[in-house]
Design a protein around this ligand. Structure first.
Ligand code: GAR
Length: 222
């Protein structure tokens, strides 16, 4: 059942190619979200320019001057709440969130992580996957909880690793998948199909004990 256009805040720290995929899919009508604000902790994040070009409000607070994580997070939330977001999309937002922030937006924060969670949480996932000789790699959309990269998984996009490729090439292929699965999962949330309840992800009223997995063949870089 649709609950109307979902007010969405997108948080970034860098290039914002995932942000761009949301902008493009909202523009084309493929997904139905209201992109209310794009927030960055870095003033030089290219994603801020993407947002401005798309006519989306932007906000930026640098984290460095803040004494601790929660003080910064409270300032971020005070800023974001000016737009009363119903959904927060972490799109390359390279900050660990305080328990206070997670609680403040409980069940309303999605993250995308470039690995098939629970495998390869943390940084440098593409090189680690290549070094380990993995057959499969991909990306995961999950609800954010206090556990880093540990909240319930919703949707994964999966590809076969090419042993000849570099980490940069693998990253580009994974990001092309991200640009498809992340707007899709967010749209489920916006339409009221996806919820966080009892510490689990629920899709269309069914608890997701495992994420929905989509396999991708020849995905060309975005
Ligand atoms: C994305 O690939 C995302 O999976 C990753 O940062 C990239 C941001 O790219 N996120 C993390 O590593 C979070 N742990 P973008 O700025 O071009 O969207």
């Amino acid at each position: 059942m649709s609950k109307g256009r979902c007010k969405t805040a997108i948080l970034i720290s860098g290039s914002g190619s995932n942000l761009q995929s949301f902008i493009d899919r909202v523009d084309s009508g493929e997904i139905d979200l209201e992109l209310a604000v794009v927030f960055s902790n870095r003033p030089d994040a290219y994603g801020l320019q993407r947002a401005q070009q798309a006519g989306i409000a932007t906000a930026c607070i640098e984290h460095a001057p803040f004494a601790d994580r929660e003080t910064f997070d409270r300032a971020v939330a005070a800023k974001l709440d000016e737009w009363q977001p119903e959904l927060l999309i972490l799109a390359g937002f390279m900050r660990i969130l305080s328990p206070w922030f997670v609680k403040h937006y409980e069940g309303r924060v999605l993250n995308i992580h470039p690995a098939l969670l629970p495998a390869y949480p943390g940084l440098d996932t593409h090189q680690r996957v290549l070094d380990a000789g993995e057959t499969w790699h991909g990306s995961s959309v999950h609800f954010v909880t206090e556990e880093l990269d540990g909240g319930p998984c919703i949707l994964q996009g999966k590809l076969a690793v090419d042993r000849q490729e570099t980490a940069e090439q693998l990253c580009a292929r994974v990001q092309a998948i991200e640009h498809q699965i992340y707007p899709q999962a967010a749209d489920w949330f916006g339409k009221g199909r996806l919820q966080f309840k009892d510490g689990c992800a629920w899709l269309d009223g069914n608890r997701l004990d495992k994420p929905v997995v989509q396999a991708f063949g020849n995905v060309t870089p975005f």
